[in-house]
Design a protein around this ligand. Structure first.
Ligand SMILES: *[C@@H]1O[C@H](CO)[C@@H](O)[C@H](O)[C@H]1NC(C)=O
Ligand SMILES: *[C@@H]1O[C@H](CO)[C@@H](O)[C@H](O)[C@H]1NC(C)=O
Ligand SMILES: *[C@@H]1O[C@H](CO)[C@@H](O)[C@H](O)[C@H]1NC(C)=O
Length: 356
């Protein structure tokens, strides 16, 4: 329709009352054909939607590939190659994501990798760590230090290079992209431990995971009951097994993002964790104790038990770097003790300091 004024558009739509009557039947025929075609299009669309959503029996949520207009088959097969190379025998990988600000020399990524080196039985886990990079610079830095790196395809207007501030639109977009990506990794049949890069790996966490859970997640604050949905989880560390329930759950989670666009994926998780659809699906959720999976919100006080420590409850990259450096120094003092001294030691963390 070439007319741009609202009046002209309305007139055309109404059939143009002051035009010659001779063309009326001709136009009527055309209109019938248009309506018919529209019906066919709707029919096809409906069938597609119905088929893609009725799979798990909940027709109200569309499959996320439907929303995504650009097929990423190529990128996904490259990712699949990287996952295969890094996989444990049981198809488990450790995943982190990295942008340039955190990849700079002396920043978070260096500390993260160092933690695996000085952790107890954590060096071998580096063979299974896949670093997903948001930009070219982070990717180059990853390749220089690590063997399993994969650069994510981002749209031209995404810029995840600098420090991405909490709850800004850029931050939200990054977090949701991450959730979607983790869902597709489950789709490919891989179990994963997702870890933020500001989490220090000090002992092998696989010894502390629950054997029978589908989805286990660390907490900012842990109330002592690993089954209790009222725990306050932190999406920066989770172990998810790939199965029908977890695959469904990631779709449900991702598709719930539009309910309130101001919420991040962790808030939405807190909203949906008690949803009856989730309990109907029998997704087995467990919350990990901060005694083993601690952070600056609530530390793993006992160095004889700690598995990971997260620079959570901390705003600002410099503060995180500062306190994580101190944390690794504390840890080095602990591991330097003899076995006997370790048993009797009451060493604990001298952090948080800059992080409050
Ligand atoms: C997987 O590892 C092999 C051997 O190290 C390497 O040649 C290949 O490029 C890797 N594949 C990917 C997708 O990284
Ligand atoms: C992305 O942001 C960083 C700083 O946050 C800036 O230096 C860089 O030029 C930006 N890149 C693009 C392509 O806009
Ligand atoms: C659920 O998982 C089982 C085994 O893991 C598989 O055989 C089955 O096809 C799956 N069902 C659906 C609906 O995906």
């Amino acid at each position: 329709m070439k007319d741009t004024t609202a009046g002209a558009a309305a007139e055309n739509a109404a059939g143009g009352g002051n035009r010659a009557r001779s063309s009326f039947s001709h136009r009527l025929g055309r209109r019938v054909m248009q309506v018919g075609m529209l019906l066919v299009v709707f029919g096809v669309l409906w069938m597609f939607l119905y088929n893609s959503t009725s799979f798990f029996g909940f027709p109200s949520f569309s499959h996320y590939y439907f929303i995504d207009e650009s097929p990423k088959a190529d990128c996904e097969s490259r990712l699949e190659g990287v996952l295969r190379n890094a996989s444990m025998k049981d198809k488990t990988v450790i995943i982190t994501t990295l942008n340039d600000a955190w990849a700079e020399p002396g920043s978070i990524f260096d500390l993260f990798l160092e933690s695996f080196q000085i952790g107890i039985q954590t060096q071998k886990l580096l063979n299974h760590l896949v670093v997903l990079t948001w930009d070219q610079k982070a990717h180059a830095r990853c390749l220089a230090l690590h063997k399993h790196c994969h650069q994510l395809e981002t749209k031209s207007d995404d810029n995840f290079t600098g420090e991405v501030f909490f709850m800004t639109p850029n931050y939200l977009h990054m977090m949701w992209t991450r959730t979607k990506l983790l869902g597709s990794i489950l789709d490919m049949g891989y179990n994963f431990v997702f870890t933020d890069t500001d989490i220090m790996w000090l002992r092998d966490p696989f010894k502390e995971f629950y054997k029978d859970a589908d989805f286990q997640i660390a907490c900012d604050y842990f109330n002592g009951n690993s089954h209790d949905l009222k725990n306050l989880p932190n999406g920066g560390f989770k172990y998810v097994k790939s199965n029908n329930r977890s695959i469904w759950f990631y779709k449900f989670w991702f598709n719930s993002r539009n309910v309130d666009p101001r919420l991040n994926e962790q808030d939405v998780f807190n909203n949906i964790k008690t949803n009856p659809l989730v309990s109907n699906m029998k997704l087995k959720i467990r919350f990990l104790s901060t005694s083993y999976f601690g952070g600056f919100c609530e530390a793993s006080k006992d160095l004889k038990k700690v598995s990971t420590m997260h620079a959570n409850c901390c705003v600002g990259l410099e503060n995180k770097v500062n306190d994580l450096k101190i944390l690794l120094e504390d840890w080095k003092k602990y591991v330097a003790l003899s076995e006997n001294e370790k048993k009797q030691s009451h060493l604990s963390w001298s952090v948080p300091q800059s992080c409050r």
